[in-house]
Ligand binder design. Structure first.
Ligand SMILES: [Zn+2]
Length: 108
């Protein structure tokens, strides 16, 4: 298992997400400081941005967990059944914690 490659990809994605989330955060602050008259409209934008933030945050948490698994040499092992996760799946989703079979079972 070439964890160095995945570590690089995960670290880069983490940087990208962290930057995007802090940009989102400052945009939300700006939206909140707008007058009451505009608040209803701005409020809708807020929700969309907060959803984006939620998605970004959960991806970030998954990436951090994956980086932890690299450090403790558990990367590429399904956290549910202990079977190896296919390289194909890790190439597509480097932060995957579950093998395809467990992923399917959980998302049924
Ligand atoms: Zn599994």
């Amino acid at each position: 298992m070439d964890t160095a490659y995945f570590e690089k990809r995960l670290t880069e994605r983490k940087k990208e997400l962290t930057a995007r989330l802090s940009r989102l955060e400052s945009e939300l602050d700006v939206a909140r400081s707008i007058d009451d008259d505009d608040r209803a409209i701005e409020g809708e934008g807020d929700e969309v941005m907060e959803e984006l933030g939620e998605a970004g945050l959960s991806e970030l948490r998954a990436i951090e967990a994956a980086l932890d698994r690299i450090e403790s040499s558990r990367f590429g092992i399904c956290t549910r059944c202990g079977q190896p996760i296919s390289t194909e799946r890790l190439m597509a989703v480097p932060q995957a914690a579950l093998c395809m079979a467990c992923h399917r079972e959980i998302n049924l």
